[in-house]
Design a protein around this ligand. Structure first.
Ligand code: ADP
Ligand code: MG
Length: 323
């Protein structure tokens, strides 16, 4: 059995152009957190340090892979048992549930048993139909009790994974922290979730979207933005190969398999990083036409790279030249 695991140690969903540290006061720091490489560049070292402390705190709260997180407490409780969580965790899980409804089920945090079966970040495994159907029965509604701040997983074996939304949540928090320090210009890359603050030396930030079919660093389109989040989901970063077929880490909750459509990546531009993160995953699952509809409905701009070319919503300024 021949398998190739590409650990997404360096995430290249986007290329950030022109972040040369020309200004001596500009400071850049990179850490591995939230299962990805995170770089924050700003002219305030203390603000950057606070951002990383916050990301670590979020990881400790929300990671399904850290045994002491609140998400692990939910996943390890006997089924049917209400688990009390913090207001913060409850609010994010509630949002995830709202996004499930908003996306007609394309975004679903109860995908975890299915994702674990495929084990994309580990050995990689192609399950049988029976194995898949068994896990698909665990992709089901969770029970939220707002008054008591409890989360209940009603079926034995159910589990949640906030991997499709946690980096977005962290992005929103980073923007808040940078603003609280009075930072006027900054950029952060959380494994393909980009936070921009202000301008890049009096010009908009230029973000290059990775060409999903070309070697890393090859840009298929540029977006110029200020004070927005740019979030990309693609199937070309975390995957394994078996018998000439590649399998990646985003699953259609109705089939338990990678979505069967022509979408290679989805980039969402929004003022809300949590929403953008959930939508980039959901739009990747939903396919190009539904993705464009969903973007319109949610008031965000998107760029969809497909095997038939690049499509985008009307109000986004994309160009193919590095001007
Ligand atoms: P990345 O984390 O690589 O930026 P995404 O934001 O698209 O990519 O999230 C993918 C992660 O979300 C997967 O690793 C998995 O944990 C989870 N996931 C996969 N499919 C779905 C889905 N349909 N809905 C919600 N979460 C998903
Ligand atoms: Mg996502």
């Amino acid at each position: 059995m021949k398998k190739k695991i590409i650990a997404a140690v360096v995430c290249a969903a986007v290329v950030i152009c022109g972040v040369a540290l020309v200004n001596k006061k500009e400071y850049s720091r990179t850490e591995y957190m939230l299962n990805t490489v995170i770089t924050i560049t700003a002219n305030d070292k203390d603000a950057v340090a606070e951002c990383f402390n916050e990301i670590r705190r979020i990881e400790n709260l929300l990671s399904a892979y850290l045994p002491n997180s609140e998400v692990s407490a939910i996943n390890s409780a006997p089924y049917g048992t209400p688990v009390k969580v913090s207001e913060e965790t409850f609010a994010l899980i509630k949002k995830a549930e709202e996004y499930r409804v908003l996306t007609d089920g394309a975004f679903d945090i109860t995908i975890k048993p299915v994702a674990d079966l495929w084990d994309v970040s580990g050995e990689g495994y192609v399950p049988t139909d029976d194995e898949l159907n068994e896990k698909l029965s665990l992709v089901a509604p969770i029970i939220l009790d707002e008054e008591n701040l409890t989360v209940t997983l009603p079926i034995d074996g159910m589990a949640i994974d906030l991997g499709g939304i946690a980096k977005g949540y962290a992005g929103d928090r980073i923007r808040e922290i940078l603003a609280s320090h009075g930072v006027k210009s900054a950029i952060a890359d959380l494994g393909g979730n980009i936070v921009t603050v202000g301008k890049n030396r009096n010009k908009p930030w230029k973000i290059g979207i990775q060409d999903p079919s070309a070697p890393r660093g090859t840009v298929c389109a540029y977006i110029d933005i200020e004070d927005k989040f740019v979030v990309t989901s693609g199937g070309y970063e975390r995957y394994f190969e078996k018998d000439g077929q590649t399998y990646h880490h985003i699953f259609d909750p109705t089939t338990g398999r990678n979505p069967e459509n022509n979408v290679l990546s989805v980039t969402v531009v929004s003022d809300d990083c949590t929403l953008a993160d959930a939508l980039s995953t959901a739009c990747f699952v939903a396919g190009k036409d539904k993705a464009l509809e969903l973007a319109e409905k949610c008031g965000v701009e998107i760029v969809v790279c497909t095997t038939d070319g690049i499509f985008s919503t009307n109000n986004i300024n994309i160009h193919t030249e590095e001007k």
